[in-house]
Write a protein that binds this ligand. Structure first.
Ligand code: X8Z
Ligand code: ZN
Length: 615
């Protein structure tokens, strides 16, 4: 997967989609297609067999090249990665088109599923014209390389990379300093704009060749339902959680106004995006100390504990591994420790954005992450290891079924496990001497909500923007204003320049990894909701009764078995079956996250009484 599982992702969920548009084959493809054009079951089986063999081979090659490229960005590694990606993409497009020839033909269920997956196997559809396939692949590696190389060089010549800018965003309390870092990182955007515009054109053309209206429709078709229903599903889930977000937004804006003044944080307006402790305002936990009431004490601070104990990056990963083995999973292979990257090397450009890889689908799992010693990265390590353990669990499936039930499941798994990093867990592993009392719960929940609830609308925004870009609703002439309109609508945050618009001389979406990295983002929104659904179910399996935020499934073998059973299914069944195996439910459902934060919501409503909320 381009980042998370293997780069050439079979991160698919099945779309029972009707293909309305005719598939157009090039002359060359006509030649290669079955001559009699009479689909048969045997023909479909032969196609699947050929495709699985060929794609497995090309995907391993492309993953390996991508691994080297994103660990070591140079002109040559980019070229090699682009060539390998091109070969994989060309083959996947060819197989996708062949699969479409069987659309109207009655097939056994399993075969039908695999053909559908074959049509959806690409996040980056490319036109089949070989020059255009190559151009698409080249643009993808160039854009990701530009992000990885990104830095801000101040007028005085000093340059700051993303890690340094992130540190400023989390630690500084000066609006001026924050503004410089926030604007500074966004200098990486404008040079990407024209390349991204072309990249969108090419992916759309590729998606159309495969029978979709545009690349966004193709992405949305990956959830065992038609594209329109999936978009409605995202809206439905967002409506379920919006009241929680609105309460948090109202409370935080007021507290930030106290810190920065009414001039900078006006009442009734969106919150300026540079004041929330994070480059993208997607996680607000770094401003906990600014917004927590004076008497609020979470009772422990994991960042401080890790630093006091001089825990290093590898030891943090060991904690993560031990959590999974406590659930009954096998230890990570020796090669994981040899081949992973845990700390930022100083001597070269690389993509520091955390990722998990399964390079050859046979236990060559790794993570690549520039670990900082803090609580957020402790959690992100569990997130990444969740990908690796998932990859290993479905590794025995046929190639086309090696993926999570839907892509949200892949993102949710490690986060669900990390929800069990509770005070009682920290005591059990010796990181905390004793559990804080329930008097600390509101502070604990507030700190957690600043990460998990604050994220929700951002999880919606990124792909609302991309879907509209792919469909043409947002054109290159309004890429940036379209971006900020969505940021305002969902998140209630604004560019620091507001009320002046941040215009088209900028390309702010390019400053978020997943846009130049071409990683779909709706998966993270789903994961933000699913992880609580998983957690609630696993706690029930463990026989836990009590508030969800105090539940830890650490060392619970029964919960581990449930997880393993779901993970091992991979993509072999529609996702509602996998969800049912784990939770007994067949629908994604935000009541678990609402349950989890209920005491906080009651408190926020009380706090916000008399404030005028909204923007
Ligand atoms: O990209 C990631 C992971 C890798 S799959 C670190 N996440 C999203 C982000 O950083 O924007 C995890 C949460 C959301
Ligand atoms: Zn992930």
């Amino acid at each position: 997967m381009r980042f998370i599982h293997h780069r050439f992702p079979l991160l698919i969920g099945l779309g029972v989609l009707a293909l309305y548009r005719p598939i157009v084959l090039t002359a060359q493809e006509h030649e290669q297609a079955p001559q009699d054009h009479q689909p048969t079951v045997a023909g479909a089986m032969a196609l699947v067999e050929r495709a699985e063999r060929e794609l497995e081979r090309l995907s391993a090659r492309a993953s390996r090249a991508a691994w080297v490229q994103s660990n070591f960005i140079t002109h040559d590694t980019e070229t090699m990665a682009a060539e390998a990606s091109e070969a994989y993409t060309a083959a996947a497009v060819r197989f996708g088109k062949e699969a479409a020839l069987f659309d109207e033909f009655d097939l056994p269920r399993d075969l039908r599923r695999k053909l559908t997956l074959l049509k959806l196997a690409l996040t980056m559809p490319a036109p089949s014209d070989p020059d255009l396939t190559a151009e698409t692949a080249r643009l993808a590696t160039t854009l990701e390389g530009m992000y990885g190389r990104g830095e801000y060089c101040a007028p005085d010549g000093t340059c700051l990379d993303i890690a340094e800018l992130m540190r400023i965003m989390s630690d500084s309390r000066s609006a001026d300093t924050l503004l410089v870092a926030w604007e500074g990182w966004r200098t990486i955007g404008p040079p990407m704009r024209d390349l991204y515009t072309r990249f969108v054109e090419l992916m759309n053309q590729g998606a159309r060749e495969l029978g979709f209206a545009d690349a966004g429709e193709m992405w949305r078709s990956n959830y065992d339902m038609d594209a329109r229903s999936f978009a409605a599903e995202v809206d439905r889930l967002w409506e379920q959680v919006k009241p929680l977000y609105d309460g948090l937004h109202c409370y935080v804006r007021d507290k930030l106004q106290t810190v920065y003044g009414e001039e900078i944080v006006p009442s009734g307006k969106p919150i300026p995006a540079h004041l929330l402790g994070n480059l993208w305002a997607q996680d607000w936990s770094n401003v906990f100390d600014l917004v927590a009431p004076g008497d609020a004490d979470a009772g422990y601070d994991l960042t401080r504990i890790l630093r006091e104990k001089e825990t290093d990056a590898v030891e943090m990963v060991r904690y993560g591994e031990r959590f999974f083995t406590s659930l009954g999973f096998a230890t990570l292979p020796e090669t994981f420790w040899e081949r992973s990257l845990f700390t930022q090397p100083r001597d070269r450009d690389l993509v520091c954005h955390a990722s998990a890889w399964d390079v050859d689908d046979s236990n060559d799992i790794r993570i690549k992450m520039c670990i900082e010693i803090n609580a957020t990265d402790f959690e992100t390590i569990h997130h990444e290891l969740g990908h690796n353990f998932y990859q290993r669990a479905y590794g025995g499936q046929p190639y086309l079924y090696r993926g999570s039930a839907n892509d949200g499941f892949h993102e949710a798994l490690g986060d669900a496990v990390a929800l069990s990093v509770t005070p009682s867990y920290l005591v059990r592993v010796g990181l905390l001497d004793r559990e804080p009392s329930s008097a600390n719960d509101l502070a604990i929940l507030l700190r957690s909500a600043l990460s998990k609830i604050a994220f929700l609308p951002f999880g919606v925004v990124v792909d609302q923007w991309r879907w509209q870009v792919f469909s043409g609703e947002i054109t290159p002439a309004n890429y940036n204003t379209g971006w900020w309109a969505l940021r305002q609508k969902y998140q209630g945050v604004a560019a620091p320049s507001a009320p002046s618009p941040r215009g088209e001389e900028y390309f702010d979406p390019g400053a978020k990894y997943h846009v130049p990295g071409n990683t779909p983002y709706a998966r993270y929104f789903l994961a933000a909701i699913l992880q609580f659904q998983f957690h609630r179910a696993l706690c029930a399996v463990a026989g836990y009764e009590g508030p969800l935020h105090r539940c830890s499934i650490y060392q619970n073998a029964e919960a581990g078995r449930r997880l393993q059973a779901m993970m091992a299914m991979g993509l072999s069944r529609p996702w509602p079956d996998a969800l049912h195996a784990l939770t007994g439910q067949r629908e994604m459902d935000a009541t678990a996250i609402v349950d989890y934060y209920r005491p906080l919501k009651v408190w926020l409503d009380e706090e916000n009484r008399g404030r005028s909320c909204g923007w």
